[in-house]
Ligand binder design. Structure first.
Ligand code: CP3
Length: 354
């Protein structure tokens, strides 16, 4: 279990310790832009079949690492496994994104909501984590993840993605007691789920608060950040003698960085709308930063990708505490060769700058 890491740059950067180069991984690095991912997905049957089979999940988790010199692996799964395990019936309508058969539409279903036991209904996730750790054999660290209570609630209440959050926001202002009830159950579920991933071998964890940025500041603090803080306080922070860093990413959260950095996390994820150098000036003495290249840069030719990667690196500046990433998930229309250009440029430029 305890194979020493051959490349620990990602973990060291999260602890703000010196590294020989800036580590890089990419949100959704195992995904539809990779032909080998699409081939495995076709063999598995569907995206959900991939997630629910530890063998397939392990196979696709490793695919981007075999192609690119990435410094971390991320568990192949989805944030919506938790509401699925709560009985909401997750499915993916082709080309339409995630949906639920039984969204939370009345008080009764909200009061009946219960946090699932991660080692029972989500066993396929903890099994995948241990299997991936074994397959990695110390090559790079493994990141576990979960959605934030608020982001999960958006999908659970709306029943699908791509809305303007009419239902969630109506509940937030007119029945805050009901939304708090959902968020409380979600926070308990996420804490247990992430701790189970850590106990199964995840060496860092990330919380995806994809929709927190859609809220007004007071609502963000009360309905999203407060629950993130509760989760961070409840996580196992040392496992197998190693500290387990926690990354918090609120998409659209650039205006609230000081508040996010104050909840006890080790690192803050940045989307591409903020300048990473300014973010560092604001919170870099407290946390590491992860990000934040605009994913659309990867549609451009190699020289543009190299220029924009250099821009992010030089904006961050010298010293430790930076994990390079995109500001959000990679697009399915990205040419894979462009990812190689980015990974190599980040390593080359940051080595030269040490
Ligand atoms: O980063 C990684 O490589 C790990 C895997 C991962 C996936 N989803 C795989 C995935 C992670 C970390 C996620 C998180 C996730 N899932 C989020 C939060 C991150 C973010 O993007 O802000 C959200 C909001 C979801 C919910 C979800 N799952 C959406 C909106 C979609 C896209 C639907 C579509 O058709 O575009 C998914 C599906 C999904 N999750 C895919 C992958 C690789 C594509 C599924 C496929 O193969 O069809």
């Amino acid at each position: 279990m305890n194979t020493p890491l051959r490349n620990d740059t990602f973990i060291r950067a999260l602890r703000r310790q010196p590294t020989p180069h800036t580590p890089i991984w990419i949100m959704r690095q195992a995904g539809r832009y990779l032909p080998e991912y699409n081939a495995t997905r076709a063999r598995a049957g569907s995206f959900l079949d991939l997630c629910k089979s530890p063998d397939y999940a392990t196979e696709v988790t490793l695919q981007p690492l075999d192609r690119f010199a990435l410094d971390a692996a991320i568990l192949f799964s989805d944030i919506l496994t938790i509401p699925d395990a709560m009985g909401l019936g997750l499915y993916f309508a082709e080309g339409e994104g995630p949906r639920f058969e039984h969204p939370l539409r009345d008080e009764q279903s909200i009061l009946a909501l219960k946090a699932p036991d991660p080692y029972a209904t989500l066993r396929y996730v903890t099994d995948a984590v241990s299997q991936i750790r074994k397959a990695l054999d110390g090559r790079v660290p493994l990141i576990g993840f979960s959605g934030s209570p608020f982001t999960l609630a958006c999908y659970m209440i709306e029943g699908q993605g791509g809305t303007e959050f009419e239902r969630v926001k109506t509940m937030l202002y007119s029945r805050p007691d009901l939304l708090h009830r959902v968020l409380e159950v979600n926070a308990v579920a996420v804490t247990a789920y992430l701790n189970a991933q850590i106990e199964s071998g995840a060496q860092a964890v990330m919380l995806f608060d994809t929709w927190g940025g859609a809220l007004a500041e007071a609502a963000y603090r009360e309905f999203s950040l407060a629950y993130l803080q509760r989760i961070v306080a409840g996580l196992v922070r040392v496992h197998d003698g190693e500290s387990v860093p926690v990354i918090v990413f609120t998409k659209g959260g650039g205006v609230w960085l000081e508040h996010i950095a104050a909840i006890g996390c080790d690192a803050v994820g940045l989307d591409w709308t903020v300048d990473i150098g300014s973010a560092r000036a604001r919170i870099g003495d407290r946390v590491a930063l992860q990000g934040n290249l605009d994913p659309s840069v990867l549609f451009s030719p190699p020289e543009v990708i190299r220029r924009e990667a250099a821009r992010v690196l030089s904006s961050f500046g010298g010293g430790s505490g930076h994990v390079f990433n995109l500001g959000h998930g990679i697009s399915r229309f990205t040419p894979p060769e462009h990812v190689a250009v980015l990974v190599d440029a980040v390593h080359e430029f940051s080595r030269a700058g040490r």
